[in-house]
Design a protein around this ligand. Structure first.
Ligand SMILES: [Zn+2]
Length: 362
């Protein structure tokens, strides 16, 4: 069996390999050729013809010998992987897409990037849609229960009984109820207004289920001006109306379920959800919706929206006063950050001020 091939017929030179016939352990030197759809295994004077459809080529990996399975447990082996690969390539064999992808870091990176993008897109767009769907089938009694648990937790550390005169508390409640009664388009959700003394400064927040908490400091800051307090409460009731707190919890739960699917334990999420509600921030979109709700309340009640701008100014002045007093403002802002859903934890930026100023000109 000579290696030199005369004539134009075999365009691709043969490949040297080892042949095992599947019956004995004896290795035989073989030369492989591809002729049309047939693999020719030349063993000395004898040539085996095997239809290519019956040959199982081993998957190409970076290392290791190459082999092919033939009918009847016969095997071809070759240690010269480079020769094997180039011979196959010269004969027009294409690697499967998987092998090519595995070997190409570019492909692997692209696939990983695609997966990340898919997750981000799912988080960005899929999660809110899913949360909304879950929310529509969640009864409001769950909102109330979660709100009650959260208030209990806050009262254990952050909130003390109010020192405002009950008459003043009632005046503010009445003012807000009256402002809401002027609203025609949307029926306001059920609400309850609680006053508490707290070191979180002038603040207010709404819990799922409709309980709103206002700090004594907030009332003091605006010197009991009910119009401004109605603006704040309108914002908080907007969060209740849109069930923003519940939406955050549902989204956190969905993330928790995904995390538990990937990493196991989910019990921590259930145990920490109410606390987590205090630590999370409403999204910018949620703040816009709450501001819009407040503006509707103010407009319907005939209260100039500048009442909210006045509050923003006072909060800013208070914050700056604290800052100039040295580090004393630091502790306060830490608390503000802890209760992310609280009114004054999201800064009264130019956009929000312009929104209420613009609403006033309507
Ligand atoms: Zn808010």
């Amino acid at each position: 069996m000579s290696g030199s091939e005369a004539g134009p017929l075999p365009l691709v030179p043969g490949l040297g390999a080892i042949y095992f016939d599947g019956r004995s352990a004896q290795a035989q030197a073989a030369e492989l050729h591809i002729h049309q759809s047939t693999l020719q295994v030349r063993l000395g004077a004898q040539t085996l013809e095997v239809p290519l459809s019956q040959v199982q080529w081993s998957e190409r990996t970076r290392h290791g010998r190459r082999s092919a399975q033939l009918p009847g447990n016969a095997v071809l082996q070759c240690d010269d992987t480079v020769a094997w690969d180039s011979w196959r390539q010269a004969n027009g064999f294409a690697d499967t897409a998987i092998v090519l992808a595995q070997q190409s870091w570019r492909w692997v990176s692209a696939l990983a990037l695609g997966l990340v993008l898919l997750l981000v897109a799912g988080y960005q767009w899929g999660l809110p849609v899913l949360a909304q769907a879950v929310l529509t089938i969640t009864p409001h009694s769950i909102d109330e229960r979660i709100g009650a648990i959260t208030l209990e937790q806050l009262e254990a550390g952050l909130l003390q009984p109010s020192q405002l005169a009950p008459a003043q508390q009632e005046t503010i409640r009445q003012a807000f109820a009256q402002a809401l009664s002027a609203q025609e388009s949307t029926r306001p959700p059920a609400w309850r207004l609680e006053f508490r003394k707290s070191h979180i400064g002038p603040n207010a927040f709404a819990l799922p289920g409709g309980t709103m908490v206002m700090t004594d400091d907030m009332v003091d800051l605006v010197e009991g001006d009910t119009r401004t307090l109605v603006a704040v409460l309108g914002h908080e009731l907007g969060h209740v109306h849109h069930r923003h707190g519940m939406r955050m919890l549902v989204q956190a739960s969905v993330m928790g379920v995904i995390a538990s699917t990937l990493w196991g334990d989910f019990s921590w999420a259930l145990a920490t959800l109410p606390t987590w509600l205090g630590q999370a921030d409403y999204s910018r979109q949620a703040e816009r919706e709450a501001d819009a709700y407040s503006l509707d309340v103010l407009n319907a009640a005939g209260i100039p929206p500048s009442a909210m701008v006045t509050l923003f100014d006072k909060l800013k002045a208070k914050r700056e006063a604290l800052a100039t007093k040295g580090r004393s403002g630091g502790a306060n802002s830490d608390v503000g950050r802890w209760l992310g859903i609280a009114f004054s934890s999201h800064p009264e930026d130019a956009e929000r001020i312009a929104f209420f100023q613009g609403g006033g000109r309507k």
